[in-house]
Design a protein around this ligand. Structure first.
Ligand SMILES: [Zn+2]
Length: 472
């Protein structure tokens, strides 16, 4: 049984999917006008891990993450760089997908782009107007928040307080009926991209985009809606008002929000000069270290980023990587015989490690605890699954190790892992093993060793003088 902390109820709830063994999941995607920063990387990694976990226990996950490809910031960037908005958008979508891939984040089932979803967006605005939940003034359409009685239920904000809080700071424009009303559609300004609509040539507001895309790809009611906690208000609150207002059905049964990331105990901001792109951090420490680091804390806890903590994360991950190398070495240096009595006894510890891993993950995706169980397994493997152990014992340990590390997606070759952990002696040992396999005409095994070395960044070449290797 999976428990999820639901922002809507402010408590952990048992997860029940709408359809058996299926999860409909929507994660708000980026506005594509710059490289994602290290804070943005957190929800990417967290919700990818949530998805991987569901998949590992047999769920089919329909994972939707949009690209917001029309926005004031995109237009500004295009003007600054003397490019078209299409050029900006195409470039940053490509770079964002590259970043996600570097983090071992699986591609979404659907990656809708707002500019390709205008029909659904306009249709939803029409429905809201027809229901009296939206109104048009001079080509701009606003959502009429006071007509949606449950407005504020996600963020636990009371409409009157919001009104009072804002009225002294924000000038009331003539157009809006109340301060909290937000834009669903706005007319274009000179030189801006636009789409035709019944109200004006213009473009949608940010919030309506997600409501329309979630409806199209996942249906009126979805299982999980996720994003960073900074999106709870107003973005997600407005999505609830739009979707539930238009569809007359609950929008999302579970709302998951990750906490923020600080840099050296300070909020990340351009003005503080501590703004870091994922690209810079990934290249300095390895993208896999970034992934490991993000999973080392619970997603609802604030996380502090510093060079020192990244070094520590790198070392931690290194221990897990080395355990894999050791296990693979042991696999090729085993005894083929029945498990010894001692091994039989030790092997009994494996199911309990596995079930504790699942307990951690099922308790609101506690990846920090799940990682500490992986470290227990690493210790276990290093102590017992060594050269000379029996094949079936080492295999059991290896399979569990691979299964658990794969759920978290932490062991992979990321772009920047050019350093290899294998020593020259270890590589030579593999080469000898391969030569012996070839001699015995076991070409399958010989190929397996070659591929394994490739994965470690070691290329071997057969020359007349013998086998040579180089690191790449
Ligand atoms: Zn959204």
């Amino acid at each position: 049984m999976i428990k999820i902390y639901n922002t809507l109820s402010k408590q952990k709830e048992e997860f029940n999917s709408l359809e058996q063994n299926k999860v409909r999941m929507y994660v708000c995607g980026p506005t594509v006008y710059n490289l994602i920063h290290i804070g943005n990387a957190r929800p990417y990694i967290i919700f990818d891990t949530v998805r991987r976990y569901f998949e590992s226990i047999g769920y089919d996950v329909n994972y939707v993450q949009n690209f917001t490809d029309v926005d004031d910031k995109i237009i500004k960037k295009a003007n600054e760089e003397g490019k078209t908005t299409d050029e900006i958008v195409d470039y940053y979508i490509k770079e964002t997908l590259k970043d996600a891939n570097n983090l071992n984040v699986n591609p979404a089932t659907h990656h809708p782009r707002v500019t390709e979803e205008m029909d659904g967006i306009i249709k939803m605005i029409e429905i809201l107007i027809a229901k009296g939940l939206a109104y048009e003034v001079n080509g701009t359409v606003y959502y009429h928040t006071s007509e949606f009685p449950e407005y504020g239920k996600l963020s636990k904000k009371v409409l009157e307080e919001l009104e009072a809080g804002r009225s002294d700071r924000i000038e009331m424009t003539d157009d809006k009926k109340s301060h909290m009303d937000f834009v669903l559609w706005k007319p274009k300004k000179e030189g801006e991209p636009f789409w035709k609509s019944p109200w004006s040539d213009g473009r949608p507001g940010w919030h309506i985009e997600c409501s329309a895309m979630a409806k199209k790809y996942l249906g009126d009611t979805i299982d999980i809606h996720a994003g960073g906690e900074d999106l709870v208000f107003p973005h997600h609150e407005n999505e609830v008002a739009q979707s539930e207002g238009a569809n007359e059905a609950p929008f999302s049964n579970y709302w998951m929000h990750n906490s923020f990331l600080n840099i050296d105990n300070k909020k990340m901001s351009k003005s503080l000069g501590n703004f870091k792109t994922l690209r810079a951090v990934g290249e300095a420490f390895g993208y896999d270290t970034v992934r490991f680091f993000m999973l080392s804390a619970h997603y609802r806890s604030p996380l502090n980023f510093s060079g020192e903590l990244m070094e520590a994360a790198k070392n931690g991950l290194e221990r897990i990587k080395n355990a894999k190398i050791n296990l693979e070495f042991a696999m090729t240096h085993t005894k083929v015989s029945d498990m010894t009595i001692e091994e039989l006894k030790l092997a009994q510890e494996l199911p309990s490690l596995e079930s504790r891993f699942h307990e951690a993950m099922q308790d609101d995706f506690n990846t920090a605890d799940a990682l500490s169980i992986i470290f227990e397994l690493v210790k276990f493997a290093n102590s017992y699954a060594k050269e000379g152990a029996t094949e079936s014992f080492v295999k059991q340990v290896y399979e569990l190790f691979m299964k658990l590390t794969d759920i978290l997606g932490i062991l992979y070759t990321s772009q920047n892992t050019s350093e290899v952990s294998l020593t020259d002696e270890e590589i030579q040992a593999y080469i000898e093993k391969r030569t012996a396999a070839k001699k015995a005409k076991d070409f399958k095994e010989a190929d397996r060793i070659r591929e394994f070395l490739n994965d470690q960044g070691v290329i071997i070449e057969d020359t007349r003088e013998g086998v040579r290797f180089k690191r790449v």
